[in-house]
Structures are given as C-alpha cells and as structure tokens.
Design a protein around this ligand. Sequence first.
Ligand code: AMP
Length: 595
Amino acid sequence: MADIRRVIGIDLGTTNSCVAAVVGGYPQVIPNAHGYKTTPSVVAFMEDGKLLIGQHAKRQALINPSNTIYSAKRLIGRKWDSAETKRARSVYPFTIEAGEAGEVLIRQGDRLLPVQQVSAKILEELRKVACAFLVDDVWDAVITVPAYFNDSQRQATKEAGELAGLNVLRIINEPTAAALAYGHAQKRNATIAVYDLGGGTFDISVLEIKDGVFKVLATAGDTFLGGDDFDNRIIDHLAEQFLEENDIDLRRDRTSLQRLKDAAEQAKCELSLLKQVRITLPFITQGKKGASHLEMTLTRDDLDRLCMDLIERTLKTCKSVLDDAKIDKADIDDVLLVGGQTRMPRISDSVSNFFGRSASKQIHPEEAVAIGAAIHADSLVEASSETLLLDVTPLSLGIRTAGGVFTPLIAKNSTVPISQAHTFTTVSDQQKSANIQVYQGESPFAVENELLGEFLLSGVRQAKAGEPEIEVEFSIDANGIVHVSATDLDTGLEQSITLTTGEDADEVGYAHADNEAFEVKLAHQSKTDELKQELRLSLHRLRKQYEAKGQNLANDLQKRILSILDHGPGFIQGDDGNAMTKLKREIQRVLQRFD
Ligand code: AMP
C-alpha cells in the first residue's frame, strides 16, 4: 500500500482551538483525550516546571491566575504600544512586558516568553491529539487566522506553527476555511457571506463559489471585538449592581474578578438556550460584616440590551463589506455563522434581519473552520484536488512618502498572491539613501497605520532631487505574508526583506521618520495625482476634526461638512481638475472654522 501523507487543519482560536483531518475522503474533527472536539486555548505554567494545556489548564485558572495564559491570540504579532495591547494589559491577570523590538512578551517567573511560544504549546498539543487519533505521525498542517490579521499577526502565527515543529503548508483565513467546509457539504455555486464572531475577533467576508473556485470578493473586520467583550458587559453589570448594594468593587480583586468572569461567560452561554439564569457566587468577597455572596438574575433581554451596540458595530462592518464587494444584500445566496459567539440568539436574529434571510444550518459554527483547513491541507498534498482558493488581502499595503504620507501600492481586497512594482525618487539634492518604511492600513497618514518594517537603501546615485529612480516591489504570498524589495535602477543595487515581527524593523530606528535626507516620493507623479493625494489628506483631516468637535458647530456648517465628506471621495475618483481645486479650497475654508 502506498504511504499516506497525513495532513491536518488547525483552527487556532482565541478561546478554543480545534483540529481536523480528512480521513478516507471525509473531513472530520478530531476529539481530544477528554472526548471534546475543541480544546481551550489556555496554557498554564506550574511551579514544578510542568505545563498544563487545554481543559486542565483552564480548570486551575482560578487558583493560578498569574501563570495561566489565555487569549494569546489577542496579543500575537502585536506591537507593545498598540491600542489593542494597552487594552489587553488592563484586563489580563498575567504580566506582559515590552521586548526590545517593541514586541509583546509574557512574563513567567524570571523568563520572558514571546507570545508565539505560548501559541506553539497549543499547536503542539493539537498535533499530539491528531497523532493519537490517526495512529500516525503528522507534521504538515494548514493553520487558520482571522481574515483581518495583518502581516505581523500572520507571520507570528506561522512562527508559532514552526516552533511547534509543524511544517506549515499554508496560513488561510478563517472565513475562507468555513466557506470550504460549506462548499464541501453543499457542492453548488453560490455567493455567500461568512459572519465570524469568536472569542476575540470579528470578521465578515463575501465569497463567490463557482465550479470549485472559492473567490473572496471582500473582507473586513475588527480584531478587537469578540465574545470576551460580551462577557465584560455582563461582568460590569453584575459588579456595578454589587457595588451599589455592598459598597465593594469586585473588579478590584483578582480572584473575585476571575470568578465573576467565569460566571459571566457561563451565564451568557446558558442564555443562548434559556430566557433567564440565576447567578450564584457564594463567598465572593469579605466585607465589613463578614463574607458576602453574589446572587442575581440575568435575563436574555438584559443581555441583549447590554450588548446591542456591539452587535450594531458588527452590522455596520457588514454594510461596508457589501459596498467593498460591490454587491447587494439580495445577491447573497447564503449566510454562514461561524464562531461560538454566534450562538447567541440575538446575533443570529440580527444577522438574519440584516441580510433578509436565515443563516445556513449546513455547517457547525465551531467546527467548520478546522474542517475547511483540513480540506485545504488535503487538497495541497493531493494532486487530484478540484478546489482553488483565491483570497484577498484585508488591508492596503504601501510605504511612507514625503511629508508622512501613506502611499498605498496594493489596495485592500486585492486578490493574493499579488506582486506590484512602483518607482520612487529622492526628495533632496544629493540624497544618498532612502528609508523604505512599509505600512499596512487605510489612513492616508502613515503613522496612523501599522508599521510592518523598514529598511535603508544606501548608496543611491547622488543627483538632483527627483532624478534617481528606485523601484520598490511588493508581493503578498498566498499566506497573506508580505515580501518587499527595493532596487536602485541606476546602480542596480538591490535589497529585499521579508518583514518579520520585530527585530529587523528596528534596524534603522524610527528617528529617521521626519528626516528629509531619507525620504522618498512617487516618481513621475502627475499634477492631478498630487492634487488627489492632497485632497485625500485634507478629507481625512476634516473627518477627524468633525468627529472630535463637529457637535459644537452651527447646524448649517455641520451640513456643509457632511456634504463634503459624502461627496469628496467621488471627486477624487474622477478627473475634473477644476472641481478638485474648488473642493480643496472649500475644505481649507471649513477647516479654519475649527481653529
Ligand atoms: P470561538 O473563538 O469560536 O471558540 O468562540 C468563543 C466564544 O464563543 C467565547 O466568547 C464563548 O463564550 C462564546 N460561546 C461559546 N458557546 C456559546 C454559546 N452557547 N452562546 C453564546 N456564546 C458562546
């Protein structure tokens, strides 16, 4: 018998992870040693040096909060100074610190661990689960990430796989994996929306399935909105009520908070089936009059009320993804719900209302992603595969150009893999080097986007500003990972990097950012292009000012601004130079009203 190459698909979740494989032509989820199909993404470091992973780790979290690491996915590939990390720092009971390259590290005794190392433990555990079930050694895996993960987060996830000893065949997006599972079960052409709300992230993607080709039309999301936020709403609600009655804030005590957190999540899950639950936490704290107990009732209506704005936020993103995909709600044939949090009835109702159709029952919300990853892993090693994945990049990719401007070179929602080259030139006379700073994001100002890395192209031919030609080539591979190279077209000098999660990014130091001697700008840019860029920046400035201080302005002026914000982008799309110049002056005038 020919050797079978065993491959697995892993859904590395914020809260729970899941592993699947195609066995005898059928994709199936592999249960762990406890018989559960999902394993908590929790790792505990014990005093005796042992590690606990999954159920065992979760179970002892209450008595060992500072050494029990959960939700590592929220931190993976993030910079220490990102808003998301700041938020996480205030809620995690374990200690996180900044690494030398600005990355996030987790403290364990006298050791500092990169987040990847913690995620690697979970991946290693899932690999063992698969080996035991398949009675075979397995090394090849496809791992999934939220579609909205940027380059650093993807790189870090791949590194976690490698640290776990896995051969990472591919990193694919969770909604695309869910669509593969759906396509496998349905076997028909369709345009579908995948609404994915897990423990820590939200994604919405629109895909077209046609004759075995899975093409993502658009994707959008929020990497910091998930089930945990729903839990936090319950925690605050219970804690505020307790504070009022007992004058004690339970959120100030680590153990009480951990118990409250567990109870909140449990209540939330129970309210997916029941209309009302009773929350009882005896001896939750010690007050002046002795031990205090928490006893409260929470109804499904309470939960819906507490979380309505979170659901609304997801629906807003659904609307924008349809605009990006240039399709109408009516063109969606099916809506898939993925992620544990979508079991909340108000969520499935709201999503069904939004799309005007009930969600598909064809796939299991917590298993579909791993199943899809397994199907894809199988197709990568099976020559007979009939499926083709065409995914998109969720964020625009570009470089910082003169004046701190973000110049996108690959637009968001472009199909990957993709490669694009653009020519840049120097900003000052006799400029010897060019600092290429690579960013991902949607703001026209570079610093408002995520810096992926930077490198210095030195030895540029010294000439008048604007004369040298530097070609920068960007490519995004099928994993969504970015590679960049820069070539001085005069000297043929070339530098290329694969952006990594830290070390290289700091080589040049950010001090150069405002230094003209290192700046570049697009070569051969027409006057119209320059005008468009200026307009983009001023519209962005106006939008920000309006969001911050707009309410204080007279009604008429507010209307004028809203009309500019509404119609402005349309002018930039067109080619009417006069209209654009007029718009520029108009924006300048209204901007002065904020001074
Ligand atoms: P995932 O990342 O897909 O594993 O989703 C985990 C999130 O789903 C966590 O926030 C869980 O609390 C939440 N979740 C799991 N089961 C349910 C349920 N029955 N009802 C509501 N939320 C749930």
